[in-house]
Write a protein that binds this ligand. Structure first.
Ligand code: HEM
Ligand code: HEM
Length: 494
């Protein structure tokens, strides 16, 4: 290991931060719009029922929301941290290899072009109707190229590293790359209809290689693990790096981190069946999904507890440092959603929860409380080191934290109540087996909860706008500070 600090090249990391800020805002704005559309359906046709209405109604916008926040915002956050953490932990600079720099830039720009085409295709309503895998085959090829470039940067930095030991964060980034590559390829195997049937249909249209139940099985094996390897493993990679760095505390237990890693890898892959309980997939697959989901609490809580115990003896930092607030609440929400998920996976509970807003509540306490909080915490940690400037305003950070926390609480509590109400009303019946309520009865009852969710989501978005403002202000007019000064504040090595 060298004594002289390496000159790391953060240009690619910076580019991905810009895209995280921009796409994050747009994706969440669309989330807020569809939340209001659910509360007041008239908004769907605010532009009349002419040509524009097609592009602004709930069904067209929902998929733009999910895909932009997950693949646009979260992945930008993941890539930005990878190009930062990877260099520092492996003790190698991107600038040491022209090829690596090329891969980094190509990764960013091809990703941007792909994102643009994806947005256009979704606006046009072009989809293969698989949730979170909506894109048709030409776009799937584009995504494959972006992913291979990510993999090449991982392999490149690891290949050139000076630090022999692979810190646990690197394990999680590698797992993210390998698992998503496998899921994406296997779930999207399809036959382009145009080429298979003498030019019938649109050239980009395809049908899945799998039929019926098998298609559903592969899709939810993919869907669940997309949650695992996009919304979980790379975020754990971040927290294992940024929490110790920001707090100056060593990881509580390296052994626990390894145990949780392998536990997560092994168990996650079997749990996807919990998305298709009571469907036509074999009963044993459903039971397997339920059982593995419950066991999944162990490795999930293993990581989260390891994080919280890392703060042992230093809890006062939660009060004084807003970045630590984001990370500690993030870990807590991770524990929360990984307890809620297994409960929803129990068959008798799922009979009430499936298709209801309780699932939407679960998605968002994980997404807003864990994933977005961690990404914001990571960006707040990186920005001063990337730009050599102090965070512009700690006050904005702290205020934003409370506004967003209130937003999450409003979001998930309203969805819990709405979901359980829905589930109970749908199954209520009289002594002759007649349903006690019509569908519209449930819609009427849910109205106030949809308004509360929309208010909560709007607050969250306001907090995110404050985050963007604070980050941009830091980049442009934060007080200048020496890199060494920042280094002293975080006593741990790279
Ligand atoms: C121990 C970990 C977890 C388990 C066992 C679990 C379990 C579940 C279950 C049972 C469902 C509902 C399936 C249904 O009836 O439709 C679900 C949905 C979902 N969960 Fe989790 N969950 C876990 C953690 C997480 C985390 C950390 C996130 C991250 C944000 C997350 C995101 C999602 C998403 C996005 C869906 C909705 C999928 C869809 O139907 O479109 N889950 N989860
Ligand atoms: C301001 C913040 C947000 C608001 C207001 C919001 C709102 C919504 C709404 C209204 C839906 C449709 C629910 C339905 O169909 O009943 C939805 C779905 C979804 N959102 Fe968000 N969202 C926000 C942020 C996020 C973030 C940051 C993520 C992920 C990182 C996310 C992931 C999802 C997913 C995966 C679904 C589909 C869930 C499912 O099918 O079960 N959302 N969101």
């Amino acid at each position: 290991m060298e004594n002289r600090p390496l000159e790391y090249d953060y240009s690619v990391s910076k580019l991905f931060i810009y895209s995280a800020l921009a796409i994050g805002f747009i994706g969440m704005l669309v989330g807020v719009v569809i939340a209001w559309e659910m509360a007041f359906p008239a908004i769907n046709t605010i532009f009349g029922d002419g040509a524009i209405a097609e592009y602004t109604n709930f069904s067209r916008l929902r998929v733009l929301h999910t895909d932009s926040v997950i693949y646009g915002f979260v992945l930008s956050g993941v890539f930005s941290t990878w190009y930062y953490v990877g260099q520092r932990v492996l003790k190698v600079s991107m600038a040491e290899s022209k090829a690596l720099m090329f891969i980094g830039y190509a990764h960013f720009w091809i990703y941007m072009i792909a994102a643009l085409v994806l947005v256009i295709s979704l606006f046009m309503g072009v989809t293969q109707s698989k949730e979170y895998a909506e894109f048709e085959w030409p776009l799937d090829l584009g995504i494959t190229i972006v992913w291979l470039l990510f993999g090449a940067s991982i392999a490149g930095l690891i290949g050139m590293r000076r630090e022999k030991t692979l810190y646990i964060s690197i394990w999680y980034y590698i797992a993210t790359f390998l698992a998503v590559a496998m899921l994406h390829l296997l779930n999207n195997l399809a036959i382009p209809t145009y080429f298979a049937s003498d030019g019938i249909g649109a050239w980009y249209h395809s049908v899945s290689m799998y039929a019926g139940t098998n298609d559903a099985l592969v899709q939810w094996w993919f869907g669940h693990n997309a949650v695992a390897f996009v919304l979980t493993t790379p975020i754990i990679a971040m927290i294992y790096y940024f929490l110790p760095k920001e707090s100056g505390q060593a990881i509580y237990s390296y052994k626990l981190s390894l145990l949780s890693f392998w536990g997560l890898m092994f168990i996650y892959l079997w749990a996807g069946g919990h998305h298709i309980l009571f469907s036509t997939v074999p009963d044993w697959v459903q039971t397997l999904g339920s059982v593995f989901s419950v066991i999944l609490i162990l490795p999930s809580w293993g990581s989260a507890i390891n994080m919280l115990l890392t703060m042992k003896g230093e809890w006062q930092q939660v009060a004084t440092n807003p970045i630590i607030k984001f990370m500690v609440l993030g870990s807590t929400f991770y524990m929360f959603s990984t307890l809620e998920g297994p409960i929803q996976a129990i068959k008798s509970v799922n009979a009430i929860a499936h298709f209801t807003d309780w699932i939407i509540g679960h998605v968002h306490d994980g997404a807003l409380g864990w994933v977005v909080f961690m990404i914001m915490g990571a960006v707040y940690h990186m920005i001063p080191r990337l730009y050599g400037r102090e965070i512009y305003s700690k006050k904005i950070m702290a205020t934003q934290f409370w506004i967003q926390t209130l937003g999450i609480v409003l979001y998930f509590t309203s969805m819990w109540i709405a979901g359980i109400t829905q589930g109970m009303m749908w199954r209520a019946h009289d002594e002759f087996g007649n349903l006690a309520y019509s569908f519209i009865d449930t819609v009427t009852v849910l109205h106030p909860y949809y308004i509360i969710r929309a208010v909560g989501g709007s607050l969250y978005l306001v907090g995110f706008a404050m985050f963007i403002y604070n980050v941009v202000k830091t980049m442009t007019s934060g007080r200048r500070v020496e890199a060494s000064e920042l280094q002293n504040r975080t006593p741990m090595a790279d």
